[in-house]
Design a protein around this ligand. Structure first.
Ligand SMILES: [Zn+2]
Ligand SMILES: [Zn+2]
Length: 271
């Protein structure tokens, strides 16, 4: 199993693969995934995270002359269900080119220090830095003039360097902003979420089709229409989830635990 990552993610991914899948694993050597986009914005990510990750793994496998690989891609921003709360979404994926297999796991966690702020004084800088767990977590400083980033330093991991770069940027025309460095080796909190996503991926791989034992058997679609508890009309609430085998098309439908929907979700009772 090739580990198609950079920034030290193999430190959490490799032991999990070896322990649970009993497969030897190896890091793809001399491979730079930054060409597919970076968090620091020097190179924009051109596709959605799943597509980007698929491309990265395939490219790394080609580079290594291998057919089985695993990788990770993270995204940071407001939580999809809880606005104003920052979240770290980590996707882990395994690709097996020989068996035409792609298995994915996604973990969305609010356990993140993801933040950015415009900084106008050393006091503000120090308070921001402490808030985002600097220096165990790295920082990025950006010098911006008329909407364009003129200078950027990433991977700042000690107070002396932080102040030195800040004072250098402050002397220039424009504004200075600080942001968390989300690259895995600079961010132990993110590394923890990557570990959770890898564990979920392993669970998904080990979940096999009851009919043909193909890996990756799990919920793939939902059926809505849970009946309203008052009038019995179908609602938009989920009634059942279906798992379908990508290999033999074996299908299993599992009903949700609740059998009636709260009338607040009913178009008839609560229009
Ligand atoms: Zn099957
Ligand atoms: Zn109703």
């Amino acid at each position: 199993m090739m580990v198609c990552t950079m920034h030290g993610k193999e430190r959490v991914m490799q032991p999990l693969i070896e322990k649970h899948l009993h497969l030897p694993s190896e890091l793809v050597a001399n491979f730079n995934t930054d060409a597919f986009g970076t968090f620091t914005g020097e190179i924009e990510r051109a596709h959605d995270p799943v597509t980007t990750l698929r491309m990265k793994i395939k490219k790394a496998l080609e580079h290594a002359g291998a057919t089985l690989g695993i990788g990770n891609e993270g995204s940071f921003g407001p939580h999809p269900q809880i606005p104003f709360v920052p979240a770290d979404q980590e996707i882990a994926m395994m690709i097996d080119l020989i068996n035409n297999l792609e298995i994915v796991a996604t973990v969305t966690s609010t356990n993140t220090n993801f933040a950015h702020a415009e900084i106008t004084s050393e006091e503000e800088l120090d308070s921001f830095a402490r808030q985002v767990h600097f220096p165990t977590h790295g920082l990025i400083l950006k010098q911006t003039n008329e909407g364009k980033v003129s200078y950027l330093e990433k991977g700042i991991a000690n107070w002396d360097r932080l102040h030195e770069v800040y004072n250098q940027f402050k002397r220039m025309e424009g504004t200075v902003a600080a942001e968390t460095d989300m690259r895995a080796h600079m961010n132990p909190t993110r590394m923890q979420v990557i570990s959770e996503a890898t564990e979920q991926l392993i669970k998904n791989i080990l979940s096999v089709c009851p009919s043909c034992h193909w890996p990756g058997f799990g919920p793939s679609e939902v059926t809505r229409g849970l009946p309203c508890g008052w009038c019995g009309a179908p609602t938009q609430r989920i009634r059942a989830v279906t798992s379908r085998c990508k290999h033999c098309d074996h299908e299993e439908e599992k009903a949700m635990n609740e059998t009636k929907a709260d009338p607040q979700y009913c178009d008839q009772c609560n229009p």
